[in-house]
Design a protein around this ligand. Sequence first.
Ligand code: ADE
Length: 347
Amino acid sequence: VSAFAVRIAEWQERSGRHDLPWQNTSDAYAIWVSEIMLQQTQVTSVLRYFPRFMQRFPDVISLARAVDDDVLASWSGLGYYSRARNLKRAAELVTERHGGRVPEPVDDLMALPGIGRSTAAAIRVFAFGSRDAILDGNVKRVLARSFAIEGWPGTPAVERRLWALARELLPDGPLAGYTQGLMDLGATLCTRTRPRCGDCPVAGECRAFASASVDRIPGPRPRQQTPRRRAVFLIARDPLGRVLLERRPPSGIWGGLWSLPEFGSAEAALAACRARFRVETRAPGEGRPLQHAFTHFKLEMVPLAVRVSPSPGGHAAEPGELWVAAAALDEAPLPAPVRALLAREEG
Ligand code: ADE
C-alpha cells in the first residue's frame, strides 16, 4: 500500500469537504453533471450552479428532452459552453443507447461527447465504486511534482508515465476519498504558481520539494515553432502621391483584397520597380518591419517606400493593378496589417 495514497486519503478525510451536493450520492447523472462543471471551474462557482441545474434537469431524460437554449441559459455564467452543448448531446445519446441510465463501462462513457478518460474514471469511481485511476490537469501536476517527472505533461511520453504512475498508486479498498483528495490537493495546495508546500500532506515524500524544483515541475508547454516568413512590401508613390496597389489572388491569405506588391527582398522590389519606372528616391531602404501573426505562420512585413515617376514608357497600371490616391486609401479593401504599414509610412 503506497504511503502516498494513504496520506492523501487521510488528508481528504481530515481537511477535505464531505458535504458537497454531488458527494454522498450514487446518482451517476448528478456525479456526471458535477464532473463536467468541475472540469474548468472551481468548486465555489459550481456550488452556485449545480443545484439549480439539477432542479431544472433532474435526470438524463429531462436533459435529453430540454430545449438547447434552456440548457445554455442554465449554464450561463459558468463559461466554456461547449461543455453544456456536449452534456445535452450526451444525454440524448444515453437516452437512445442506454435507456436513460448512465452507463458504467468505460468505453460507453468515453463514447459520449465531453467525457475523456479521466472524467470517465471519476464518474466510475464516485458513482460505481470502480477501480480506476484519474489524471486531470491538477492531478498531473501533483504526480509530476511528487515523483519528479520532468517535461510538459501534454507530451505523449510524459502523459503515459503519469497514467502508469496514477494506476500504480491506487490504494486497496474504496477509492472515492483518495480520488477526491488527489483532485483537491491539485486544486488547492499544489497549485501551478505559489503552491502551499508547508500545508501539503505529501511534502515529506515530494521529490520536487526535496530538490527545490517545485517551480520547474511540471515543465512548461513547449513554445510552438510557427513558421516565419518575411516579405518586402513595396510602397511606390507617383508624383501625384498615388500608391500602387495590386489585387491578391482570389484564394489564399487576403484573397481578393487589394494589397501592396510583395517581393522576397528589397533588391527584387527595386529591380521590378526600375524595370517599369524611374526611381526618384536616392537611397531607398527598408523601413521598420511590422510583425503579423496568422494562424499558421508569422509574417514579417518589411516596407520599402520609393518615389517613382513615369519612365518614358509611362507608368500605366497593369491588369490587376491600381494607382490609388492617398485620400482614397481609407476606402480601399486593404488587409488591416497592410493598412497599418501604409499608415506608418505616411507619418
Ligand atoms: N475537478 C474535476 N472533478 C473534480 C472533483 N470531483 N472535485 C474537485 N475538482 C474536480
